[in-house]
Design a protein around this ligand. Structure first.
Ligand code: 5GP
Ligand code: MG
Length: 180
């Protein structure tokens, strides 16, 4: 029987089992290993909260010296007349001249990743690439290249493996989708 779980008011069923996620993480890690082996000590920047589990599994498969940092995109009300302002917080390491790999849980419309790439570009890194666990090609509307995509999905809402539904579900090892 199919396992169904309940988070808040919604029911979810397994869409991608842990073994399949692990396999996809391995494929992406192999590509990054091939691309970065000769590039000094790259900096992986994980985007909290969602990417914590993906980054921890990905990094165990990386075979060259690297550094890891985490950031958050914080939303706040600037003057309140100009609407919401989003800014990158938590980055302590200077990134000038560094090869940077941003590690995201999911790229949907691309709003967040575009914002982040613009902010990081202003700090003059040697290069920036984006690595995401999930990519929604039907929803993406930006021009930032999404270099590494572990898994592509439709426009459905998913939870698990770091991704939440109103803060619940991040601890699940499989990925779930809403069910009726
Ligand atoms: P974007 O700015 O690309 O539209 O959306 C990025 C953010 O929206 C993600 O970092 C994530 O927080 C949230 N998001 C988008 N799609 C999903 C989804 O299917 N499930 C969950 N849990 N969050 C999502
Ligand atoms: Mg995210």
């Amino acid at each position: 029987m199919e396992k169904v779980i309940k988070l808040h008011d919604k029911r979810f069923r397994v869409m991608i089992p842990a073994a399949k996620i692990d396999e996809a993480v391995g494929v992406v890690a192999a590509r990054i290993n091939a691309d970065y082996r000769q590039k000094g000590v790259p900096l992986f920047i994980g985007v909290l909260n969602g990417a914590f589990m993906f980054l921890s599994d990905l990094i165990k498969k990386i075979e060259f010296d690297c550094e890891i940092s985490f950031v958050k995109l914080a939303s706040y009300c600037g003057t309140c007349s100009t609407g919401e302002v989003r800014s990158l917080i938590g980055l302590n390491n200077p990134i000038e001249g560094r090869h940077v790999v941003i590690v995201e849980d999911i790229v949907d419309t691309g709003e967040s990743i575009e914002h982040m790439v613009r902010e990081l570009e202003a700090m003059h890194p040697a290069s920036i690439r984006v690595c995401t666990l999930f990519f929604k090609p039907g929803s993406y509307s930006k021009h930032i290249p999404i270099d590494y995509r572990a898994l592509e999905i439709g426009n459905e809402f998913i939870v698990g493996y770091g991704l939440d539904y109103d803060q619940l579900g991040r601890n699940l090892k499989d990925v779930y989708v809403v069910t009726e």
